[in-house]
Design a protein around this ligand. Structure first.
Ligand SMILES: Nc1ncnc2c1ncn2[C@@H]1O[C@H](COP(=O)(O)OP(=O)(O)OP(=O)(O)O)[C@@H](O)[C@H]1O
Ligand SMILES: [Mg+2]
Length: 283
């Protein structure tokens, strides 16, 4: 009993200790998926991207960092014994909360809907989990699915991320939120990748991205900050049905347009991540 209490206490101490930050020697690349507006398709996109990355031989951890509405366990068809909050509450180790999924090479750190997080108001605790997972140095990618909005939690995840991807639709309110994100990130980040969901052609997203870049120039946002358009994903009626059945669209419909578009997005994503890495090591 004593041993287990002291083990739990030491886990808690570990988590509340000052972060040593991300070990940049780790092979693991962090990709944070965000959007200002809710409901644009982040979680669906993240789960399907994780699957297609795993098909390419990468080992992927998905962290459900949506504090309000965790649904990654449904998308990845996992019934979690533990969630990230068990780690925060020192009820489980990091290894215990990294759950296997039915998909080879995809692991889930599950969230919990409706968790009362007021006693963990320090948002850094959540970003520590991301750092600790990266520092394990066993994954090729850690994908963080954030909740909607630019609250303190989301800001904390963005702070530690070199690779940030905003998913948006062409809806004016979603674009207003993307611009607000650009404004914030331009202060201390080099770039933001932008992908359009519910968007029929590559060209539409490209044109809107250029307008956003022009607006940034006009408003004199930091000129070193780059918006990188990485592609579009069309609407498909089958996506929500597949999700409700706890299946992944990209796995069930390998040859569908949406899956092909997602592959193209991944090509651009990998290219940008590599480019960013080279630039950082050069500077
Ligand atoms: N390309 C698409 N075509 C059709 N339906 C889609 C597409 N992308 C997402 N959806 C559907 O849109 C709904 C919202 O998607 P999802 O939950 O992934 O959004 P979200 O951005 O994660 O939302 P939240 O901000 O609440 O976390 C779901 O029903 C999903 O199945
Ligand atoms: Mg979501």
């Amino acid at each position: 009993m004593f041993n287990s209490i002291s083990a739990q206490a030491s886990k808690l101490v570990n988590l509340t200790n000052k972060s040593t930050g991300i070990n940049h020697q780790s092979k693991t690349k962090l990709l944070t998926i965000t959007s200002g507006k809710g409901g644009v398709g982040k979680s669906t996109f993240t789960a399907n991207i994780a699957y297609l990355l795993s098909l390419r031989g990468y080992k992927v951890a998905v962290i459900d960092a949506d504090i309000g509405l965790a649904n990654m366990q449904v998308l990845l068809n996992v019934r979690p014994h533990y969630t990230i909050f068990d780690y925060i509450d020192a009820k489980a180790s990091l290894e215990e909360i990294i759950l296997e999924t039915p998909y080879r090479n995809i692991f889930l750190l599950a969230g919990k809907s409706g968790y009362k997080y007021s006693n963990h108001s320090n948002s850094f605790v959540l970003s520590r989990i991301v750092e600790d997972t990266i520092n394990l140095d066993v994954f090729d990618f850690v994908l963080v699915d954030t909740g909607a909005g630019l609250n303190d939690y989301v800001k904390e995840f963005l702070k530690i991320s070199d690779n940030i991807l905003a998913l948006t639709t062409t809806d004016p309110s979603a674009l207003t939120d993307v611009y607000a994100l650009m404004k914030m990130l331009s202060k201390d980040k080099n770039s933001l990748m932008l992908c359009f969901n519910h968007t029929k052609t590559y060209k539409i997203g490209d044109t809107i991205s250029k307008s956003l870049e022009n607006l940034a120039r006009k408003n004199r946002l930091n000129s070193n900050f780059m918006l990188k358009y990485i592609g579009n994903v069309s609407t498909s009626d089958t996506i929500s049905t597949t999700s409700r059945l706890r299946k992944l669209f990209a796995c069930e419909f390998l040859d569908e347009t949406v899956t092909q578009e997602l592959h193209q997005v991944i090509d651009a994503l990998l290219k940008n991540i590599k480019q960013g890495q080279n630039e950082r090591s050069f500077n």
